[in-house]
Design a protein around this ligand. Sequence first.
Ligand code: BLA
Length: 506
Amino acid sequence: IKIEKNYDSEMCGSIPLHLVNLIQPHGVLLVLDKKELRILQASENVGAFLPATPEQLLQEPLSRFLPAAQYEEIQNKLEGTLERIPLTLQFEVDGKKTAFSALVLPQEEYVLLELEERQETAQDSFIGLYQNIKYITSLLKQASTYQGIAQQAAEGLKKLSGFDRVMIYQFDPHWNGIVVAQAKEEDMDDYMDLRFPASDVPKQARELYFRNPYRIIPTHNYEPVRLQPVINPLTQRFTDLSESNLRSVAKVHLEYLSNMNITASMSLPIIIDNKLWGLISCHHKTAKYPSYEMRSAMELLSGILSAQLEAKQKEESMALRVYLRGLHVNLMEQLFSAATFAEGLQEGSENLINLLSLGGTAVVYEGNVLKTGITPEEREIKELVSWLRRNKARSIFATDALPAEYPHSKAFSQVASGLIAIPVNPEQGEFILGFRPEVLQTIKWGGNPNNAIQMEPDGKNYHPRNSFATYQETVKQTSLPWRQEEYEAAEALRNAVLEKIIREKY
Ligand code: BLA
């Protein structure tokens, strides 16, 4: 997929999200030293939560404001850990008591303490949440397909959290994302099946999901709050807010939310095999601020969803391997009883075309080109082989967009937009080739991806696109993709063929 401008790694991907020195106003951030938990920095909005100014808190030890037991609990839990620690804290300032949901985020050199007002509603009681999680988990387990799991998760999470729209968003190999499941209120726009360009969730934003279980933006319409003092007195640098939930949001993304006509957004990662597979994205028309308990329940469900998707992926992959293995075994019988390996692969009821779901094959060996099925012309195959020899010879090479890599193949892209090349004796130009025909693909984008970023005439300021209306792109000169399991089957086949050739010769 060619997007004219790829801003993922260039512009959007280089916005420093963690050194903004600003937070969202729905909580207080304190930066503490590690030894005595002395307050080094405080967000300027403390007065909205506690009867104190930042100046009155600075340099004070945290112990002054907490019951001794709670202070000790933090001290104990902090020892040797860099894990996030959730607590309920009872602050007392000037005789006034305030209860907070607190999150202790130990960093290398200092500790971040996030305070949010406790807002436990009846629905968010432990038992209520527990029953919901259990119920949704059982639905995920019953779903028989990938798609079914994702859809159950979207619906369950919408019901549980009350967000107006919940989507399961899956990344493609280029980090564009596709909405694969959606549950929404009727008056919300329909994003099902739409694809969004990689720069919408740029690289550094994606990486933060490995450190944070979610990103919550209760409203895009807020006044950011500064830390005071601006510079961390311990490090003489800005405090790294990567792990802070309260961290203020990049302006371009706030505008993005507004252009999508939503006020609140929350997203959670779906991580499979240590890779970011996708996101759960939740939207709300109006401001929305789920309780800490609710967010924790959603966090748990995102982990359960990841595990269920991973299990289904493994199950499907295993079934495909078993199927391919069966074909391989039959093909081996044929291969080793045929006079030559070329005949063994191409003739008979089991053949290479079945094994690798091809349109046609060509075996290029000892100066001959032996074709079956639908293939390019012999001359074209010979030119392709000399290109392979120069560029890709050593190991198995597979592409679902040959014309993009080898422009000469545009002439025969209808029969060979996809190529798998299995080297037999690559120095001599001997290959087994498999061709897959062109499959025209219609991609529906959420807004024109070429307009993903709107640059102002000054060349400095920019904005996200302001329309997410479906934009259709027809992708030509690509084939169905090659699966990892097929690649492995080709590898097994290559070993068998090399063995057969040795037997033929000696
Ligand atoms: C962040 N972009 C995000 C986030 C999401 C998306 C989920 C994480 C924050 C959040 O939960 O809201 C994108 N949300 C989507 C998409 C869907 C959705 C695709 O629901 C589809 C259904 N964004 C741009 C451009 C830039 C950009 C042009 O459109 C860069 C120039 C950047 N997006 C951007 C940045 C962040 C972001 C910098 C991180 C914001 C932050 O955490 O401060």
